[in-house]
Design a protein around this ligand. Structure first.
Ligand SMILES: *Cc1c(COP(=O)(O)O)cnc(C)c1O
Length: 370
């Protein structure tokens, strides 16, 4: 189907950056340097400067970034790691693959962990907390860090959806022991395939992860322990470096689009909007997604599809309701209610205002406010 307004428009992004991306691709391909070379190093340096952290370790995906950080906890059977169910399944999978038991805290209206429910989830078996910064908005990190310090627990941030978001000018992924990021094409900074990285200020963690991603080699040819093959490809690093230059401008565009959705939809009583970009002064939300809520979700989706607007309800059913995952015993009322109501609207730097106006017009028409 040819959409009037697609959910994302990666071909358009490519056509804008075509010359630069092809030049870089040709340079890398003709150099023959593919694994852990200069582009990866340069990417790691630039991202470290951008996020204000000491070390960046490029890996294969956001999923591996989480998995590798969780491995360092050396979990024993019965050990618990606290997170949320309103997240991509990879957050929870990383806990389970490392032998831990995921403990889920319910969320608030801003789609992030409800910090009022965090402390009661801590038990003597708790080994770490993974806050997930959903949709480009930071969790209440001050409160999470306060509770984590009180109980002497490490915090590993899932910042896959929130590169560039900040709280009091501190960047997502720079609060905890480690921040995990994704370079998946649907994230604000995406490459032509899978990629990810870990951000940390902890030098020994950085050294360990660098060896872990490369078969346990602390130095070339010496296998210090059993590692993985989870490296960021040099070609993807070169691509990410091209896009990183544009990232601040792209995030501003996302915020402008969010502002436009907000002012155009604010008066419709049947929908609940996410916190807007201007709502709280000390926050810088980056709107990796713009997620509205409505009780008439399915009808609205059908109406928008018939008007050529592509939308998604990514978090339905919620992760803990997927039978194969064995999490059915969890009851998370807010997560469940929100999951039944969410609609992700198109939001990306290449979305021109005329097209966004079409989405707005159709939403207003559906609710008879047009
Ligand atoms: C995308 C995403 C991941 C996984 O990242 P990949 O690079 O696709 O492996 C993890 N957590 C969240 C919240 C995500 O949105």
């Amino acid at each position: 189907m040819k959409w009037t307004v697609p959910f994302v428009d990666l071909p358009r992004q490519f056509s804008i950056l075509e010359e630069e991306l092809l030049t870089e691709t040709k340079r890398v391909l003709s150099s023959g340097s593919f694994i852990l070379r200069e582009d990866v190093e340069r990417f790691e340096e630039r991202i470290a400067a951008y996020l204000g952290v000491k070390y960046i370790i490029g890996v294969n995906s956001g999923t591996d970034a989480l998995f590798m950080c969780l491995l360092t906890l050396r979990l024993k059977p019965g050990d618990e790691v606290i997170t949320v169910a309103h997240t991509f399944v990879a957050t929870i999978a990383s806990i389970v693959h490392c032998g831990g038991r995921p403990v889920m805290v319910d969320i608030s209206d801003d789609f992030n962990m409800d910090v009022r429910k965090l402390e009661q989830a801590i038990t003597p078996r708790t080994r770490a907390i993974i806050p997930v910064h959903m949709n480009g908005r930071l969790c209440d990190m001050e409160e999470i860090l306060r509770i984590a310090r009180k109980h002497d627990l490490p915090v590993i941030e899932d910042a896959a959806q929130s590169i560039g978001a900040s709280l009091h000018k501190r960047m997502a992924g720079s609060f905890g022991r480690a921040g995990c990021f994704s370079l998946h094409p649907l994230k604000s900074l995406g490459v032509g395939g899978d990629g990810g990285f870990v951000a940390t200020d902890d030098g020994s963690l950085a050294d360990y992860l660098r060896a872990l991603r490369n078969h346990g080699q602390r130095e070339k040819g010496v296998f210090s322990f059993y590692g993985l093959n989870s490296r960021l490809d040099n070609l993807h690093a070169a691509m990410a470096l091209v896009k990183l230059k544009y990232l601040p401008e792209w995030l501003d565009k996302r915020r402008t689009l969010a502002e436009r959705y907000e002012s155009a939809l604010l008066d419709i009583k049947e929908i609940k909007l996410p916190p807007g970009p201007g709502a709280i002064g000390e926050r810088f939300d980056v709107f990796n997604s713009y997620v509205i809520r409505t009780a008439r979700r399915e009808e609205l989706k059908r109406h928008l599809a018939s008007a050529g607007v592509e939308v998604f309800s990514f978090w339905f059913p919620p992760v803990h309701h997927h039978e194969g995952l064995g999490l059915g015993h969890w009851s998370l009322p807010k997560t469940e209610r929100i999951s039944a109501e969410v609609v992700s609207l198109p939001i990306y730097p290449e979305l021109i205002h005329e097209k966004q106006d079409h989405v707005i017009r159709e939403i207003r028409r559906f609710f008879k406010n047009g």
